[in-house]
Ligand binder design. Sequence first.
Ligand SMILES: C[S@@+](CC[C@H](N)C(=O)[O-])C[C@H]1O[C@@H](n2cnc3c(N)ncnc32)[C@H](O)[C@@H]1O
Length: 293
Amino acid sequence: MFELRLLCPEERVEPVTDALEALDALSVSVEDADAQTPAEQALFGEPGLPPPKEGWQRSLVVSLFADEAQAREAAQLLAPQDFFVDCRILGVQAVPDQDWVRLTQSQFEPVQVTPSFWIVPTWHEPPAAAQQVIRLDPGLAFGTGTHPTTRMCLRWIAHHPPQGQRVLDYGCGSGILAIGAAKFGAAAVDAVDIDEAAVRSTEDNARANGVQLAAGLPDRASGRYDTVLANILATPLKVLAPLLCGHVAPGGHLVLAGILARQASELQEAYAPYAALQVSDEEDGWILMTAQC
Ligand SMILES: C[S@@+](CC[C@H](N)C(=O)[O-])C[C@H]1O[C@@H](n2cnc3c(N)ncnc32)[C@H](O)[C@@H]1O
């Protein structure tokens, strides 16, 4: 594993993290670069850096890549972009796997989706208020519930329980949405992803949660579903519009995430021939768009 470390002013964090995700970073974390952390000590040790101001002004953006070439290529691609102005590449360094696991575990706490629905890592006891729980350990697949897009999809599932339904999770990552749908009563769940590691992770996580689902590559999706969930980024979602809508049964629900608030109208336009998308939730600049077909 290799991490690419960037220093960004607050207003640049969103486009930079979006770009890193689009460049296939396995994970992206954002810390206050000026907090009293070991990261701060490392930063201040660097010659030529301006002294920090008060508050969260500068962010340390750390993204993880499977190999060094990918991390360096991401840095090269980011450097000339308009949105990278005022940002700085701090470097690429190897991360011992053991450290990564420890670091991730220490950062992963139970996540509240609704007051009674929680995502809880296996090394934590579920909170007393949790009536519905997904047990999930962070792996390399995206989807631990810590990202607002995942949380919004899960909240939607909790508020629209797919009791007895056939559900498709398109771009399943860790399988968290598929597992959520199964826990909220879905009768049959298909979970698909272009990444084989995500498919394996979904199968493992489903087993650990005692739910039945069928995971596979995208061609496993077949026929019509009462609910189609897709938490991918805006650009692939636009390309996938005819395919995803073709899988929604008449009267069924389409639930899309991975979309920034400013991208709402592009998505509405792309889906207009098939469905009238509405913004139905918003968190930290990300939106959930849904339609009943
Ligand atoms: C942002 S993650 C979402 C994971 C999980 N569903 C969640 O909500 O947390 C997006 C996932 O979509 C997958 N993906 C990206 N493009 C895809 C495509 N064209 N077809 C299927 N899966 C895709 C990625 O491999 C990744 O696992």
